[in-house]
Design a protein around this ligand. Structure first.
Ligand code: HEM
Length: 314
C-alpha cells in the first residue's frame, strides 16, 4: 500500500527561525493535537524498529513494573488516534473490553482484552511502538518531579534508555551543557510539571548525523562513531545528514504522567543545499554556535569543513 506525500525537502521540519541558535524552551502548542505522522519512510522505519527491538530488547525497550497502567493508557490513546486521524491505514473495533486493532499498511490484525497483558504479544508500549515511526518515552510524575520510567526507543541521538531509566528530568539532562547548568532545565521542568491534559506541546531538536543511520544509540557507538573520519569537501554532501527530532508532549491524565514522542527525520546535505534559504541560514547558525553546543552535538572537529561546504554551495 503506497503512502502519498510531498517530496522530502518540502516536508522536512527545518528548525531554524533565524540566523542564530541557542538552547531555549522552544515548545509551542501542538496544533492539531496529534502524536503520530505517517510518512513514506514508514515501511523501512518500521522494519528497522522491529529488527532492533528483536535484536536488542534491553537497548530498545525498558519499563518499570509500576508503569503498566500508563502503558495501557498510552496504547489506547495512540490506537484511538491512529483509527481516527489515519483511518485509511488503521481501524479499531471495540466490543466491551475486546479490542481489534487492524493495521492496513502491514495487513496485521490483533485482538486482545484491554487491560489483560496475557492477551497481547508484547507489553503495551512496545506493542504500539511496533506500529508507529515515533519513539515513545513515558515520564512518571510524582513527588514534584518527573522520572523516566518507561520507553520504547530505537532511534536515539546518542543516548541510552537503559542507562537513563529511573532518572529524574534534571539527571538525564545533566550531560547537556548550558541547558543543565544555567537554570533553564529547572524552568522547563516546572513548565512540564504544570502541563495539562488535552493541551499538548511540541518542539524541534536538531543535530547532525554521519550517514543515513537512525539508530545512533550510545550502545552502538562502535558501529557509527568513527564515520566522521575521512570527511572532505567532495564527500560531505553525500555523507552528512541534517537530523531533526519532532518531539511532542502529552499529559496522560489517568496516570498523571507525560508521553514524550520523538519522530526523527534525516536530510542529506546535498539535498539541503537545494533550499538556498535553509543552507544560508544553517551556515550562519554554525558560524555563531557556541563551542560547548557544537562539542556536545559531536561535530566541533569538522565544523569548519561544514561551513566551507555550505558557503560554497549556498
Ligand atoms: C519531557 C520529556 C523529555 C525527555 C524524556 C528528554 C530527554 C532528553 C535526553 C535523553 C537528552 C539527551 C541527553 C544526553 O546527552 O544524554 C535530551 C537532550 C536535550 N533536551 Fe530533552 N527531553 C525532554 C524534554 C525536553 C524539553 C521540553 C526541552 C526544552 C528545552 C529539552 C531540551 C533538551 C536539550 C536542549 C537537549 C540537548 C539536545 C542537543 O543539543 O542535541 N528537553 N533530552
Amino acid at each position: 500500500m503506497g503512502i502519498e506525500s510531498a517530496p522530502l525537502l518540502e516536508r522536512f521540519p527545518f528548525p531554524f527561525q533565524g540566523d542564530s541558535y541557542r538552547y531555549s524552551n522552544n515548545s509551542t502548542a501542538l496544533v492539531p493535537p496529534v502524536c503520530t505522522d505517517i510518512t513514506p519512510e514508514y515501511y523501512e522505519e518500521i522494519e528497522e524498529k522491529r529488527r532492533l527491538l528483536e535484536l536488542y530488547p534491553e537497548r530498545t525497550f525498558q519499563a518499570l513494573p509500576h508503569t503498566m497502567e500508563a502503558q495501557w493508557e498510552i496504547m489506547a490513546m495512540l490506537m484511538n488516534e491512529l483509527a481516527m486521524v489515519h483511518s485509511n491505514y488503521f481501524t479499531l473495533d471495540k466490543t466491551g473490553n475486546r479490542w481489534t486493532f487492524y493495521n492496513r499498511l502491514l495487513d496485521e490484525e490483533c485482538t486482545f482484552v484491554f487491560g489483560d497483558c496475557s492477551t497481547l504479544p508484547y507489553e503495551p508500549l512496545k506493542f504500539i511502538g511496533r506500529h508507529v515511526q515515533e519513539d515513545l518515552i513515558y515520564l512518571q510524575q510524582r513527588d514534584g518531579d518527573l522520572y523516566m520510567d518507561a520507553g520504547q526507543l530505537c532511534f536515539p541521538a546518542n543516548w541510552s534508555l537503559a542507562f537513563d531509566l529511573g532518572m529524574t528530568y534534571l539527571q538525564f539532562h545533566s550531560p547537556v551543557p548550558i541547558y543543565s547548568d544555567s537554570g533553564l532545565a529547572e524552568k522547563v521542568r516546572g513548565f512540564l510539571l504544570r502541563m495539562e491534559a488535552g493541551k499538548p506541546w511540541t518542539r524541534l531538536n536538531w543535530t547532525l548525523n554521519v550517514g543515513p543511520r537512525l539508530d545512533t544509540s550510545t550502545e552502538a557507538f562502535d558501529e557509527w562513531g568513527a564515520g566522521k573520519f575521512g570527511l572532505n569537501l567532495d564527500n560531505v554532501g553525500q555523507i552528512m545528514h541534517f537530523r531533526t527530532e519532532d518531539q511532542r508532549l502529552f499529559r496522560i491524565p489517568g496516570s498523571n504522567g507525560i508521553l514524550f514522542s520523538i519522530h526523527t527525520h534525516l536530510l542529506p546535505f546535498n539535498q539541503l543545499i537545494d533550499n538556498k534559504v535553509w543552507a544560508n541560514r544553517f551556515c550562519k547558525v554554525l558560524e555563531d554556535l557556541p563551542d560547548p553546543i557544537a562539542e556536545y552535538k559531536g561535530f566541533i572537529s569538522y565544523k569548519p569543513l561544514l561551513i566551507e561546504y555550505l558557503r560554497r554551495y549556498s
